[in-house]
Design a protein around this ligand. Structure first.
Ligand code: GLU
Length: 445
């Protein structure tokens, strides 16, 4: 059987790291099996859905390299929902109700006051056709509820949570359609999962009770349900469902210099028993992806960890991947020399400036100035070979007896005006002989 997964965001806001994690996991699940990953835009709520968010979802997924094998929009599928809905009407699996939000609220409060679970009393189900006709004559339109089958216990083997059991008698019949004819999320999603051939639904554990309800919808639609798995939610590093996390979007991460590879590597493994590693190879991530490694405890998202991982990823990004992000003229050798010192690619420009100059000559002690003057003489006289840094430091050591920090630090300062930085062996050839001589002479004077 081909594995087909889907990511089904509602375009009512920007994606945040939690949504992206779900998208990524569905993508990895499909990729591992050589299956298909579909994007479904859940835009049945016309009032709250916005085109700019649809665009944003596509942009964010593209940035992360999470490519969909197909895209559907619920707003283009209303005819299908209507047809399936009519079958449920005929089969008596949906029924008309008229309670207002206030009336429902009151019913709930009364039940809770008596210490009973606030389950809908199915008053709508008791209405006769004459009652409905009277409502219609009074200008009252019904909303519709799905009739749960109380005789049929709900059970499934969840891919993350293991065996799940729900008693439908302890659940309210869900509203599936509003009085204005618009759809709530639950039924269209089940209809789509059937129609789109979804084999596996992987989503957050906030959907567990929806799954219980939807399993009865699949049965009522005459279809086998997909396999379900619910992952623990993402929480902030402080262990709580933080506001910050719910708002942390891709645009902000991009601006902070986070590379998509870093976010993918982190989110792929967060909340699993597999170690978070700087893995840039998507096939490797997919091959290792395994629901059995998912824990039930909330997964902690730590921005500091993301930045650390980002640095590790930047250190191994090949030139071809980053060349368009580098300052003009900065070539492969420079990238390879500089990248170990970067936490974010954008910092490359600062080091390239150090290479190309001009730099501000450091103020050195007299003794170091004499040492640097000696370095200039030796460099001037020396053949500019394959490894000018090794040759220079070797000659200087012989000539002055200096070694370790007193040998290297004044040289680094004179040549780069920085106390720390990329390996001088790689940097000096990039600076070049003339420029290096100028810098040494400036620092010596
Ligand atoms: N649109 C729903 C949501 O964003 C989809 C949930 C699902 O994956 O079925 O919560």
């Amino acid at each position: 059987m081909t594995i087909t997964t889907r990511f089904a965001p509602s375009p009512t806001g920007n994606l945040h790291v939690g949504n992206i994690r779900t998208a990524l996991h569905n993508w990895l699940l499909a990729k591992k099996a050589g299956g298909r990953f579909l994007l479904r835009i859940d835009d049945t709520d016309v009032a709250r859905s916005r085109e700019e968010f649809v665009e944003g979802i596509r942009t964010d997924l593209a940035w992360l390299g999470i490519t969909a094998d197909g895209e559907e929009r619920q707003s283009a599928r209303f005819a299908l929902y209507e047809a399936e809905f009519q079958k449920l009407v005929s089969g008596g699996r949906v029924y008309r109700c008229y309670e207002s939000a206030q009336e429902l609220d009151l019913k709930r409060k009364v039940l809770l006051g008596r210490g009973m679970p606030p389950i809908y009393d199915r008053a709508g189900l008791a209405l006769s056709e004459a009652d409905h006709a009277a409502k219609a004559a009074a200008g009252e339109a019904p909303h519709w509820r799905f009739l749960l089958d109380h005789a049929r216990p709900i059970e499934w083997m969840d891919g993350v949570r293991g065996f799940q059991h729900f008693d439908p008698a302890q659940m309210s019949d869900p509203v599936v359609r509003r009085a204005d004819g618009s759809w709530l999320y639950m039924l269209p999603s089940a209809i789509d999962d059937v129609d789109m051939g979804i084999s596996d639904v992987l989503r957050g554990e906030d959907h567990v009770s929806n799954t219980a309800t939807q399993l009865q919808m699949f049965a009522a639609l005459g279809s086998d349900p997909p396999a379900f798995a619910h992952e623990a939610l993402l929480v902030g590093s402080e262990g709580k469902l933080s506001k910050r996390l719910g708002a942390l979007g891709m645009a902000e991460l991009r601006e902070a210099g986070i590379e998509p590879e870093a976010l993918v590597a982190l989110l792929a493994r967060l909340g699993t028993s597999q170690p978070v590693e700087a893995i840039t190879d998507r096939d490797a991530l997919a091959a290792a992806f395994d629901l059995a490694t998912f824990g039930r405890a909330p997964a902690r998202f730590d921005e500091a960890e993301l930045h650390r991982l980002n640095a590790q990823i930047v250190h191994r990004l090949p030139f071809a991947r980053v060349s368009h992000l580098l300052p003009p003229g900065m070539g492969e050798a420079a990238w390879e020399a500089i990248r170990p010192n970067l936490a974010h690619i954008s910092e490359a420009v600062d080091w390239w400036q150090v290479v190309t100059g001009p730099i501000v000559a450091p103020a050195l002690e007299a003794e170091d100035r004499a040492f640097i003057a000696k370095a200039a003489d030796l460099l001037d006289a020396q053949e500019w070979g394959e490894s000018p840094w090794q040759a220079l430091t070797h000659a200087l050591k012989e000539a002055t007896g200096r070694k370790g920090k007193p040998l290297f630090l004044p040289l680094r300062l004179a040549l780069t005006a920085q106390e720390h930085g990329p390996d001088m062996g790689a940097l000096l050839p990039l600076i070049g002989k003339n420029s290096a001589l100028d810098r040494l002479r400036a620092a010596a004077s």
